[in-house]
Ligand binder design. Structure first.
Ligand code: F6P
Length: 323
């Protein structure tokens, strides 16, 4: 192993920079040449590949976004695109690739590593925490903390006006951001794709709450919940409970930005270091995660989107604590 490259792909996530930094500095420590690839697979196709030095990653551990930029790349789905990307890597004699991204990015890396002789390592970077083979993903903790901060602020104004707020958080098809942010802000209800919620039950509870003059209610909805998102939940509540003062708030992309939390910086640093270590050890074509506080390898083809079981006890806790 002499020359490795690193890229970020798919949706950005806070902590990606910390991971890039760890890959670059660990690579240099082991006397490897480290290359950065701009805009994910698109940059591989367009030969936007440049040598990095220790200084290239100075002052980025605390920054959100990704200095390597990111993109979704259609051409990489096709063999011809992947071949062109391979030829560009060969121009730089790259013999190891670290891909920081989500399951879609690993899918690309898996195909690529099968077709060409470039070992690939995947690192899970997504705010959604929807990947098998790791307890968390780079960016999840930061996104949850951002959501918590925003929901706390919403609670202030909800309390001042005796209002009900329906708040939508991100997560694509997964409800972890909703579950974690909802529990830690004391939400009355959490709607998420992993568990069906009957809106009728919510309406009944809201009416019971109203009878006992409990007027401040927070409902956190994961964007992927099958009810149809916060707008739809808010619409139903307004229709069925017109006496309640209901507002809808969609938190949106603020959840993707900002300085990574300590937890995400540590995860990213650990995984970036482990990625180079794995390449040096000859461990190839795996995603590296952390399971029970230990480094865990998952073959790239098994590093897929995962809907984990949510312990039903959590919903009991939500109900009891918000009563
Ligand atoms: O995967 C991260 C994520 O932020 C999801 O939570 C969300 O559904 C999606 O990306 C939004 O994608 P875009 O930034 O392309 O609108």
């Amino acid at each position: 192993l002499n020359n490795i490259a690193v890229l970020t792909s798919g949706g950005d996530a806070p902590g990606m920079n910390a991971a890039v930094r760890a890959v670059v500095r660990t690579g240099i420590y082991h006397q490897l040449n480290v290359y950065g690839i701009m805009y994910g697979y698109r940059g591989m196709l367009k030969n936007e590949i440049f040598p990095m030095e220790s200084k290239s990653v100075a002052n980025i551990i605390q920054r959100g976004g990704t200095i390597l930029k990111t993109a979704r790349c259609r051409e990489f789905y096709e063999y011809e695109g992947r071949k062109m990307a391979y030829e560009n890597l060969k121009k730089h004699n790259i013999d190891g690739l670290v891909v920081i991204g989500g399951d879609g990015s690993f899918n690309g890396a898996q195909k690529f590593s099968q077709e060409f002789d470039i070992p690939c390592i995947g690192l899970p970077g997504t705010i959604d925490k929807d990947i098998a083979g790791t307890d968390s993903t780079i960016g999840f903790d930061t996104a949850v903390n951002t959501a918590v901060e925003a929901i706390d602020k919403i609670r202030d104004t909800a309390d001042a006006h005796d209002r009900l707020f329906v708040i939508e958080v991100m997560g694509r098809d997964a409800g972890y951001i909703a579950l974690h942010s909802g529990i830690s802000t004391g939400a009355e209800h959490i709607l998420m794709p992993e568990r069906k919620t009957e809106v009728n039950d919510i309406i009944e509870e809201l009416q019971a709450n109203e009878r006992r003059r409990k007027l401040v209610n927070l409902i956190v909805v994961a964007e992927g919940d099958e009810t149809g998102g916060a707008q739809e939940v808010g619409r139903i509540i307004k229709e069925r409970c017109p006496q309640l003062d209901t507002r809808v708030s969609i938190l949106g992309h603020i959840q993707r930005g900002g300085a990574p939390t300590c937890t995400d910086r540590i995860l990213a640093s650990r995984l970036g270091y482990a990625a180079v270590d794995a390449l040096l050890e000859g461990i190839h074509n795996v995603m590296i995660g952390v399971v029970n506080d230990r480094i865990h390898y998952t073959p790239l083809d098994k590093a897929v989107k995962a809907k984990q079981e949510i312990d039903p006890e959590w919903f009991k806790i939500v109900k009891i604590l918000a009563s």
